[in-house]
Design a protein. Sequence first.
Length: 467
Amino acid sequence: MSAAFASARSLLRLELRRSIGLLLFPMLLAAAWYGASIQLHPGIYVWLDTSSAVRASVTLLGALAGGLSAWMAGRSHRHGMEEMLSITPHSSVARDLLAWAGTALWGIAAYVLFVAAISVLTWRNATWGGPLPGYFLVGLLALVAYSAFGWAVGCWVSGRFTAPLLAVGIAFWETSLSGGISTTKPNPELLSAAPWSLMPPNTDVFQKILQVTAQQSLWFLGLGGVALTVAVLKNGRRNMLAWASLLGAVAMATAGLLSSLAAAAPLVGPVPVRLVPFEPVCKKGKITVCVHPAYAKLLPKTAGIVDQVAEPLEGIPGAPTRAVQIGGAYGLSKRAGDVAYFHLDGLESGDEGTFKQEVVMSLVINDRNATYKTQARRSTEDLRRCGGSVVGKDYYTLVLSTQAVVQEWLAERAGVPYGNMYLTGACPNTNKLVKRFANLDPAKRKVWLRKNFADLRAGKVTLKDLP
């Protein structure tokens, strides 16, 4: 037994050295990092983003690993080495599996190294929560499955163009399934390593994450098992054990396929949100700013920007006294009228202008609890009063005309160029009204705001009421 193990270890070491994965290892690492980069934000470390980035890394890394395996599987046939390898003191099954492992381990090593690096960075910098181990496991199993699939294809089709075509095919499979393209049942996105519905911004730190690790793991284990069995059948003895192994792998893959499709069904349409309790971290200034503890390191910057935007409204009756972060895709179900709400998506991506726009909107309007029908009626009436044209039965917008004027004034003071706010051009002469309001004597404007701001937020002030 020890002699056989030593021989197998020697053969594996030989395969590791002769594998093209050794030469392309830096490319494997680069593929992992590039695939994950869409979920990462420089200087911001959140465990949910890190876990999602690990899954996303397989999109390119899995394609490259599959292509490398296909190349190595066909290389022996193209170079006429199959007869020489047959004299090694191992069965054809062990020989094929060790040869595959010699290439697959390079992709696995790149994955593990990337996971270790990004996990250490997050662990040192994150301020709340922990990793999602299921995400890490699914990414690893998907990588192994794609490598095994590439090996099987390379064993049966050993042409020089097999590897690049297969790599492109795996990348297309991953991106098309994980892109959230399915809007009807059955929804196949859980057959990818990084399903769109389970990635930010569709999930965030405010909500419990739907756990589908078991279903996806079963699918990728079955897919990898089928691929390796098919590869072994190409060169090995096709006995009862081989066919039984293939049958078992097919059964596992089928179970994983069906369970993944069933688990993905609730992802079609609105996903129920289950909130996770937390204690926000806050900073007092001209307005108290609160963020989720996972974003505690962004609080000073966030509070500074919100203070800058809200400064003209300090001490104004009816103006919000708190600004609170809400979730990326869903927000909170109940919102208080005296609180401004914002997402941190803009700051995470480095877009301060978008963040300022959102803060301005939330400071000036308070229609979060209004029904669509009520707001559509208000919008239509407001547009007709200001001389705008109403197309269709109802016109719907969150921002009414007078609110738009004050928003533009606040946005310009905060450094957002004129016209970047939402729907300010719906009414004629909006530009003139904004300039007139901005050029008012500050004392006179302050008096008007103190008298009318509460009604302005509630949508009860018309353009005729502007000073």
